[in-house]
Design a protein around this ligand. Structure first.
Ligand code: SF4
Length: 236
């Protein structure tokens, strides 16, 4: 079991080059840029999780967006998905501000960490199964380091749901077989023989595909975050 800190893990993570296709893509995007951001220096590297190392609640997405996290260097920061997520976290009292535009914008999460099972921006937001499995080492270690304080998880979308359960099992939580199915509002409590149980919640991903069509509304996101915040002991 790893004995280093999350900060030490993240310091190694940002230099990871294990997935050739994703390394090439993240760096190509960082050079070509989107016209609206042409004067910015893109991050263009793996994006680490964001939030305190003793978080009681974890939010798990899919992967950084090419012109969001891959530009700013912070998960969900600088894109439309993050606009929805951080506004909802602020609305329920788990973030000090509703917006996230850059790594130095003053945003602070209260007892919450945000991460993803794939840490580099993939083309079309679609990592391959091999890339997901290659990146698994990082979420495995992150979960082990968070385990002493972690009480709830919100998983945004089916990709994160499928990726997370094997890692939760390896980190010591009892995952039922067959594995729980993903759905918005799904809720499963995982026992842990050596520690506290973990409440896992499913939520549709905060992608534009879902939020622009009304499939996922701000109220729906806030409801899941509030449930998870209460399960984690962060909200009354
Ligand atoms: S996706 Fe994960 S494993 Fe692959 S290069 Fe990025 S950080 Fe490394």
């Amino acid at each position: 079991m790893s004995r280093r800190t999350l900060a030490e893990m993240d310091a190694e993570l940002v230099d990871c080059r294990r997935c050739p296709r994703l390394v090439a893509w993240r760096e190509q995007v960082a050079v070509e840029k989107r016209a609206a951001f042409r004067d910015e220096t893109y991050w263009g590297r793996p994006v680490p999780g964001f939030g305190p190392p003793d978080a009681a609640m974890l939010i798990v997405g899919l992967a950084p967006a090419a012109h969001g996290g891959n530009r700013t260097g912070r998960m969900f920061t600088g894109d439309r998905s993050g606009d929805v997520l951080f506004a909802a976290l602020h609305a329920v009292g788990l973030a000090n501000q509703a917006t996230a535009v850059s790594r130095d914008d003053g945003l602070a999460l209260r007892g919450v960490r945000v991460t993803a099972p794939v840490h580099c921006a993939p083309p079309d937001n679609k990592p391959t199964p091999t890339e997901r499995d290659t990146c698994r080492r990082w979420i495995d270690e992150e979960l082990r380091l968070l385990a002493p304080t972690l009480r709830s998880v919100v998983v945004l979308g089916g990709f994160g749901w499928q990726a997370l359960f094997p890692a939760l099992a390896d980190a010591g939580w009892a995952v039922p077989r067959p594995r729980p199915k993903f759905g918005h509002g799904a809720h499963v409590v995982l026992a842990n023989g050596q520690g506290q149980p973990l409440d896992v919640f499913g939520c549709f991903h905060v992608s534009q595909q879902n939020t622009f069509t009304g499939r996922l509304t701000p109220a729906m996101v806030e409801a899941v975050l509030a449930d998870a915040g209460r399960a984690a002991g962060l909200l009354g």
